[in-house]
Design a binder for this molecule. Sequence first.
Ligand code: NAI
Length: 337
Amino acid sequence: MSKLRIGLAGLGRLGQRYAMNLARAVPRAELVAACSPVEAERAWVRDTLGLPAIHERYEAMLADPAIDAVFLVTPTSLHPAQIAQALDAGKHVFCEKPLSLDLDECRRAAAHAARSHRRAMVGFVRRFDESYRDAFRHIEAGGIGRPFLVYSQTADLADPTGAFLAFAPTSGGIFLDCSVHDVDLARWLLGRPKALKVFASGTVAMYPPLEALGDVDNGIAIVEFEGGRRAMFHASRTQAHGHDTHTDVTGTAGKLSIGRNPRANRVEIADAGGVRNTVLPSFYERFAPAFVAQATHFVDAVLDDTPFDLTMEDAVEATRIAVAMRESLQTGHPVAL
Ligand code: NAI
């Protein structure tokens, strides 16, 4: 098989980016179908990419024997069932993060994938970012000694319209929506230690409607891992300057930082106001090449029958820790894992 024939489910905010990437930027992918229940989204993909098959229903797309693999960029609540349906239909499946907001559902989906003769991977895009990969290689080669401390944050530009509030009730809360990325990074950069205990707190700085949902717009958490390893997390929806995702890793012989200055480009402006950079507006501008690299990895690994960089157990573990963060935030108590 020279190309992997793909059906894409979900054509929303992120799904349209996936459609463009799979159609144009992933060398061994062939985007042959897409599905969405929303007519405007189907019209978009018809007009933009002119795909041979565009479906209203996911089940109709799965029935197509011309599809080898499915990409899921659908609402998180649908992921576990759609993964199982794809595997049962004989398709490999790539699913956007998080696997699920519910831990039991995560475990069932991972068990289903383990039993299947088809393959499943949940995407955590930051692992495919060149800077994070370089940092990983440096740590793996012993460059900072024994890594024992991670600080990682996902901080979005404040939105004066509060548009994200429409998604807040179904997002699982700030830790499952945002920190799940940082949790996966921390586990990866610290050598996949077992998490033992979580403590979380947070505050509503700008968006009072979150209070009724038991959610916050700034969440902080500490995770204790085995072997004395520790991680600190900050997730925010209220940054004044832009999208500011960065990670620090401290080891016994050094420290490294990834993405510390969230500048949009390499232009530095000096004037009477000081010296400054413009700032990345959102996660997509920061991680656009990584989304292509991630899709390319999935496609190549399926075609060449090589291992995925990310296992389903990684996805389950990220949710397990993020769920404990939410519980700690809501109860005010540490949570043992
Ligand atoms: P969205 O709400 O903009 O898009 C969801 C899409 O799914 C829409 O096109 C909708 O019509 C479609 N859909 C709904 N029910 C469907 C069904 N039964 N079958 C097929 N399609 C269906 O959501 P968004 O922001 O694009 O997020 C999608 C996923 O991507 C979520 O799981 C989210 O967590 C993840 N995500 C990941 C990010 C990252 O940094 N890796 C960033 C943003 C989102």
